[in-house]
Ligand binder design. Structure first.
Ligand code: RUB
Length: 322
């Protein structure tokens, strides 16, 4: 029964009913809380095993957004710190760490909006891609401050997340224009700033985000249009410090085309791509604005990592991420 609830959340993440790196992270933290609240474990060891099992189910959903493992890490670190405690204390630790993660995550989105809005000027035309809470937080905050802005949203095929962004922006009353993904270079000279979110930030400052982001960054770079990335610090990827690459999710070809009608057709459907740090002007985090090259220092500090050390998923050297 309990694992059915966790499986359901995992399935919702896999099928993108719950999507976007921040929302996925909060759903994962909430899933561990549900697992803790409903646990029938009879011993601390049994409880720890249940939490590990639930984490494993959640980890196997989508591979690219590091927000998900980092959320689990955050919650499980609370559990680890209760070492030797009774079952009740362990449960309480998971529940309060999950609540804390969710609260901090929502506050971070708000703070990113406030910090990023300082970089938006009156009459700016902003282009955004996909549907990022953090990017939209900046745009909405700037608009609520009374700045006169306009937004271009890309369709973000094949899953059309641009429609979500368009709906959100129109609800705010922000003038919004939708364009097809391949029209970005055509319109880039009408744009003052590009703002996108992130699924993972690597130690060298490379940004992993929705497929198409790197082409937009290239067009912005060519046209000398500012390119901003909005992200909470729990999307910085600790394993990239020790050489691991961020896995790019390849999704079902049927998101693009009904394969039954095209027998023999090969389809590639990567959901994300990598934008090199050279094309990123700045990264807006809840801790302030940083250049992409500061990613190394941020990851080192957040994870208390020293060169040569191993990075573990639930390593006890992990400090709170936000
Ligand atoms: C979503 C996506 C978003 C980031 C950041 O991809 O690429 O730009 O996740 O979003 P998908 P947020 O729709 O495939 O999950 O700022 O909301 O965390």
């Amino acid at each position: 029964m309990l694992s059915a609830k966790i499986e359901k959340i995992a399935q919702d993440i896999k099928t993108m009913r719950i999507r976007g790196a921040g929302r996925i992270a909060r759903a994962a933290a909430k899933a561990l809380k549900i697992a803790a609240v409903g646990s029938q474990a009879k011993s601390p060891a049994e409880f720890s095993q249940e939490m590990e099992r639930a984490s494993k189910i959640l980890l196997e959903t989508r591979p690219t957004a590091v927000s998900l493992p980092n959320a689990l890490r955050y919650v499980l670190l609370g559990l680890k710190q209760t070492h030797g405690a009774d079952l009740w204390t362990m449960k309480k630790a998971v529940i309060s760490r999950a609540d804390e993660f969710i609260k901090n995550s929502l506050e971070a989105v708000k703070k990113i909006g406030e910090i990023g809005a300082n970089r938006i000027s009156n009459d700016d035309v902003i282009l955004t891609h996909c549907n990022s809470e953090c990017a939209l937080s900046i745009i909405k905050t700037a608009f609520r401050q009374g700045k006169n802005i306009e937004v271009f949203v890309t369709e973000s095929r094949p899953v059309w997340q641009g429609r979500l962004s368009a709906r959100e922006l129109l609800k705010e009353g922000i003038p919004t224009t939708m364009i097809i993904d391949s029209a970005v270079r055509h319109f880039i000279r009408d744009v003052d700033k590009v703002i996108v979110g992130a699924d993972s930030i690597a130690a060298n400052g490379a940004v992993v985000n929705k497929i198409g982001t790197s082409s937009i960054a290239l067009a912005a770079h060519e046209a000398r249009v500012l390119f901003f990335v909005a992200t909470e610090t729990y999307k910085f990827h600790p394993e990239t410090l020790v050489g691991r690459l961020v896995e790019i999710e390849e999704r079902d070809p049927n998101e693009l085309i009904n394969l039954k009608r095209y027998p023999g057709l090969k389809v590639r459907n990567p959901a994300f791509d990598v934008t090199p740090p050279e094309y990123v002007d700045l990264i807006v985090t809840e801790r302030g604005i940083i250049p992409p090259y500061a990613a190394y220092a941020i990851i080192q500090e957040l994870f208390e990592w020293r060169p040569g050390e191993r990075v573990q998923h639930t390593g006890n050297k992990l400090k709170p991420l936000i």
